[in-house]
Design a protein around this ligand. Structure first.
Ligand code: SAM
Length: 279
């Protein structure tokens, strides 16, 4: 048996686990990431009473291991996020894009904003707080703030709205912390009036998307396409195109773009902010 590292993860097990993660989430794990697989899956093995990653892989090769496979995928997702991450999209949304959309939707009085691959929820809660702070005219509108992710564990955290000190220190202005959060032991919990503005759902980008996510005005799809192959990125962008309104807005992450992937979106840049509009 060949090994990826000196003492534990074999090439066969790495390949097997990488394929399992790819099939279930589209996340690509290169062999150079074997250290990451080891460091993240050793705790999963222990939690499930297994002595090693090789035992974990052996168990996963048996039928009916859905829960264990989900735990493996959950562990291999990168959940890095923060409040008002890369601030520019939020600033442009506040100063230009949302006021324009509100004007356009003044008859129907309905607005849907979707944070896709939302991780622990900071992105959508940032938008919810922005709406509360700056758009009192939306009171009485049907404002749908939707947030979805593949990982059930991270969605549960997002829905609870509980953050540690380090998380609230990242990007959240003190004034918003004081106004919209309260202490919960050593943590901070977002107030119910903000939490209840958001609906969280489990959506795997490579599986069927709920029919309730149609005619979306603003889609945040940031820092997730980077994990996928170009073909998967193309498929996902094509699905977003079907779900976004003709005059809707798409935000990608700072290192992501639509180049060589689709010509169904037009890149627009305002100062330092890039966003995409359906063509
Ligand atoms: C780095 S976080 C990005 C969080 C947030 N969008 C941001 O930019 O701050 C990536 C998220 O993508 C999610 N993810 C990975 N593969 C996914 C898939 N196939 N379907 C849905 N979400 C996925 C992970 O669970 C993780 O929470």
């Amino acid at each position: 048996m060949t090994t990826c590292t000196a003492d534990s993860l074999s090439t066969e097990d790495f390949d097997f686990l990488a394929k399992l993660v790819l099939d279930r989430s589209a996340i690509v794990l290169e062999p150079s990431k074997s250290y990451l697989v080891e460091s993240r899956l050793n705790p999963v093995a222990r939690e499930h009473g297994l002595d090693s990653i090789s035992e974990l892989a052996e168990t996963l090769r048996k039928p009916n291991q859905r829960k264990l496979a989900e735990a493996v995928v959950d562990a291999m997702t990168t959940n890095e996020t923060s409040f008002y991450r890369d601030i520019h999209p939020f600033d442009l949304l506040r100063t230009k894009l949302l006021p324009e959309l509100i004007e356009k939707r003044s008859n129907e009085k309905r607005l849907t904003i979707w944070s896709n691959a939302c991780s622990s929820g900071q992105e959508i809660y940032s938008i919810a707080m922005m709406i509360r702070e700056h758009f009192p005219q939306l009171a009485g509108w049907d404002v749908r703030l939707r947030a979805t992710d593949l990982s059930s564990e991270i969605l549960e955290r997002a829905e609870n709205g509980i953050f540690n000190q380090t998380e609230v220190n990242r990007g959240l202005p003190m004034q918003l912390l004081m106004k919209y959060f309260h202490r919960d032991g050593v943590h901070w919990r977002i107030n119910d009036d903000i939490r209840s503005m958001v609906r969280f759902d489990s959506v795997n980008l490579i599986e069927n998307w709920p029919l309730t996510l149609m005619s979306v005005d603003v889609v945040f799809l940031r820092n997730v396409l980077i994990y996928f192959t170009p073909d998967t990125k193309r498929e996902i962008l094509a699905k977003v195109r079907q779900r976004i309104r003709e005059d809707g807005i798409l935000f990608l992450g700072g290192s992501e773009n639509t180049m060589n992937l689709t010509d169904e979106f037009e890149r627009t840049q305002v100062d330092r902010t890039v966003y995409y509009r359906p063509v």
